[in-house]
Design a protein around this ligand. Structure first.
Ligand code: PLP
Length: 457
C-alpha cells in the first residue's frame, strides 16, 4: 500500500493555511461578483461562496491564496487527487498526438473500452460494450434509451431520494424539488419506490429490515397485476445513494431487486456515477452485494480532471442498438480517454492499493465519528470514503438540522480551511468523500476541525 510520505508529496504541504482574516477574502469576493454577473447560478454550488484557483492533490487555493483541505474531491470526481503527476504527464503526451476525433473512434478510446470491460463487475466483465458520454446525466439518458430499445418496454422504476442527473429522462428519475420545480414535464412512464433509507424509513421496521421491505415492494410492483408497473424496461438504482444522503443499504436490497427484475424481465441498471471508481472500497459499489447489473453508468471519478462518463451494457443487449443511432460529437475524446486510463491504472495498481485503503480509512472514520458523541450527529453511515453524517436538532426527534444551522457549520468549517459540501433530502447530511489519496494527517486534522465546529454549534 502506498505509504503516507508518498501520499503527502501529492498535495501541498501545511494545509490548511488561511491568509485572509475571513473567507471569502477580497480577491475571492471580487471573483464571485464577476461570476454572478456573467455565469448562471443554476450551476451546482451556486450558493457555495468559494472560487477554486489552483489545486494539487487534496489541497486547493482560492484567489487570495488561502490553502484548504478538500473533503469533497470535486463532488467525488478527483479520486486520485487533482493534477496527479501521472495524469498531467498523460495529458502532456496525449495532447501532442490527438485530442478530438469526433465520434469516429480513436486508439485511446478503443483501449479504454477494452480496459473498462476488464474492470466491470461480474455479469458485465469481458461481456460488455461501452457507450461513452460527457456527463453522468448523459450516461443515464443513454442507459434509459438503451434499456427501452433492448426490451421494447417503456417504463422505468427509480427510487425516492434518487439523483440521476438533470436532463429529460434523468431529471424524471431524479427526486428533489430543487432540481425539478418549474422544469417539467419530464419523460413519462417513471415509477418511484421507497429506497431503504433505514434512518427515515416510512414503514415499521421492527420485524423486517428496510432492505427487505423496499426490495419486496419492488417485486410486488413489478410482478403483481394492476399495480400499473406492467411495462417496466429497467429498474435504475444507486447501490449507495449519493445526493439523497449517502445511504448505504445492506446487500439484501440489491439481491431482491435482481430477483424481481429477473422475474419480470426488467433490466437492472446500477448508477455508479458517484459511488463507482473505487470510492466505496470496491471498484463498483454494487460489488459489495455480488449482484450482477445488466447496465452500469459511470462518470465522475473515472474522468477525474477531464470529463468522462458512459454506460456499459451486456454485449447481447448492445445488439439491439442500431449502429449510428446515438451519436455524440465530444464523446470520449482521446485526451479524456488517456486521463481515464491513467486514473484506472492508479486505482487498480496493487502496489498503491488505493481502493483497499479507501475501505480501511472508511471504517476508521466511521468508528471515530460514532465515538465522538456529538449531540448534533444523528447518524454516521457509508461505505469506504463515501460517508454521510446526518445532522439533527436532537437525536430523539431526529428533526433535521435547520438549513441555516447546516449552512453555519459548512461556513465555519470553510473559514478554518476545510471544504465540505452537504447533501441529503433535507440538506442536512455532511458528506465525506475525499480523494482516495488523502494523507491520514490531513484527513484526521480536517475531521478534528469539523468535530470542533459541530461541538461549538
Ligand atoms: C448517481 C449519479 N448519477 C448521475 C449524476 C449526474 O452526473 P453529472 O453531474 O456528471 O451529469 C450524478 C451527479 O451527482 C450522480 O450522483
Amino acid at each position: 500500500m502506498i505509504n503516507e510520505t508518498e501520499l503527502e508529496k501529492l498535495s501541498w504541504p501545511d494545509a490548511p493555511r488561511l491568509k485572509t482574516r475571513s473567507v471569502p477574502g477580497p480577491l475571492e469576493r471580487q471573483a464571485l461578483e464577476r461570476s454572478a454577473r456573467r455565469e448562471s447560478l443554476a450551476r451546482g454550488g451556486g450558493e457555495f461562496p468559494m472560487v477554486f484557483d489552483e489545486g494539487f492533490g487534496v489541497t486547493v487555493k482560492d484567489p487570495d491564496g488561502n490553502l484548504y483541505i478538500d473533503l469533497s474531491a470535486g463532488v467525488g470526481v478527483n479520486s486520485v487527487g487533482r493534477c496527479h503527476p501521472a495524469v498531467v504527464r498523460a495529458i502532456h503526451t496525449q495532447s501532442q498526438r490527438l485530442m478530438h476525433a469526433s465520434d469516429i473512434t480513436n486508439s485511446k478510446r478503443i483501449e479504454l473500452a477494452a480496459t473498462i470491460a476488464g474492470i466491470m463487475p461480474e455479469g458485465l466483465r469481458d461481456n460488455c460494450v461501452t457507450y461513452f458520454t460527457q456527463s453522468g446525466s448523459d450516461a443515464v439518458e443513454a442507459a434509459v434509451k438503451f434499456a427501452k430499445r433492448a426490451t421494447g418496454r417503456q417504463q422505468i422504476l427509480a427510487f425516492h431520494g434518487a439523483y440521476h442527473g438533470i436532463w429529460n429522462a434523468s431529471n424524471a428519475l431524479t427526486t428533489g424539488n430543487q432540481y425539478r420545480a418549474g422544469y417539467g414535464p419530464f419523460m413519462g412512464g417513471v415509477i418511484h419506490a421507497p429506497y431503504p433509507y433505514a434512518y427515515r424509513f416510512p414503514f415499521d421496521t421492527s420485524s423486517r429490515s428496510a432492505e427487505q421491505i423496499a426490495g419486496e415492494y419492488v417485486d410486488y410492483l413489478l410482478n403483481t397485476r394492476y399495480t400499473g408497473a406492467d411495462d417496466v424496461a429497467a429498474v435504475i438504482v444507486e447501490p449507495v445513494q449519493g445526493e439523497g444522503g449517502y445511504v448505504a443499504p445492506g446487500p439484501e436490497f440489491l439481491r431482491l431487486l435482481r430477483k424481481a427484475c429477473d422475474h419480470s424481465g426488467a433490466l437492472l441498471i446500477a448508477d455508479e456515477v458517484q459511488a463507482g471508481a473505487g470510492r466505496t472500497g470496491k471498484m463498483w459499489s454494487i460489488e459489495h452485494s455480488g449482484v450482477k447489473p445488466d447496465l452500469l453508468t459511470f462518470g465522475k471519478g473515472m474522468g477525474g480532471d477531464l470529463p468522462m462518463a458512459g454506460v456499459t451494457m451486456r454485449a447481447d443487449l448492445a445488439e439491439h442498438i442500431p449502429p449510428g443511432s446515438q451519436p455524440g460529437t465530444f464523446a470520449a475524446n482521446a485526451l479524456s480517454a488517456a486521463v481515464c486510463l491513467t486514473n484506472i491504472e492508479l486505482l487498480t495498481d496493487p502496489k498503491l492499493a488505493l481502493i483497499e485503503r479507501a475501505h480501511e480509512l472508511g471504517l476508521e472514520i466511521v468508528e471515530r465519528l460514532r465515538a465522538a458523541a456529538c449531540p448534533l450527529i444523528g447518524e454516521v453511515r457509508g461505505r469506504g470514503l463515501m460517508i454521510g453524517i446526518e445532522l439533527v436538532e436532537d437525536r430523539a426527534s431526529k428533526t433535521p438540522l435547520r438549513p441555516e444551522r447546516v449552512g453555519h457549520v459548512v461556513m465555519q468549517t470553510l473559514s478554518r480551511g476545510i471544504i465540505m459540501v452537504p447533501c441529503g433530502r433535507n440538506g442536512n447530511v455532511l458528506r465525506l468523500m475525499p480523494s482516495l489519496t488523502i494523507p491520514r494527517r490531513y484527513l484526521f486534522a480536517a475531521l478534528d476541525v469539523m468535530l470542533a465546529v459541530l461541538a461549538e454549534a
